[in-house]
Structure formats: structure tokens, C-alpha cells
Ligand binder design. Structure first.
Ligand SMILES: [Zn+2]
Length: 73
């Protein structure tokens, strides 16, 4: 299952989010859903919510800045 807007692979939490009015799956990643979250009512599987899914995976796996890690600790 992929995001209808940006084609990113959806997490279980994202893939199970559906409209409270139509019952249809929203099929948007958290990033894209954030743009419309105040426009629609949805049913979310809170038990599947993963806080890490709210981070941008593109940043999470960006390890090009190894040389600047010295200041992290
Ligand atoms: Zn998306």
C-alpha cells in the first residue's frame, strides 16, 4: 500500500486510517495527511500508531553527515 499523493510506502497505522463518514481508507502518509487532517473526520487505529512514523524517513536514513556527529554527545 502506498500513499496516493507521494507514493511513499504506508505504515500499518497510515494504511488503516479511514474516513469516519464514508468508511473508505484515506491511503495517505502522515506527511500528506497532515495537509487535510482538519478537513475530514477519520478513524485511526491508535494501537498501530508509531511515533517514529511521524518523522521524515528521508531524514532518518540520511547518514551523509557522519563527520558532524562529534558535537552530538
Ligand atoms: Zn504522502
Amino acid at each position: 500500500m502506498r500513499c496516493l499523493s507521494c507514493n511513499r510506502v504506508l505504515t500499518d497505522f497510515e494504511a488503516t486510517r479511514k474516513s469516519a463518514t464514508s468508511g473508505e481508507f484515506i491511503d495517505l502518509c502522515n506527511h500528506c495527511y497532515a495537509d487535510i487532517q482538519y478537513d475530514i473526520d477519520v478513524i485511526e487505529r491508535e494501537d498501530l500508531r508509531d511515533e517514529e512514523s511521524f518523522n521524515d524517513p528521508d531524514d532518518e536514513f540520511d547518514i551523509d553527515d557522519e563527520e558532524s556527529n562529534d558535537e552530538q554527545f
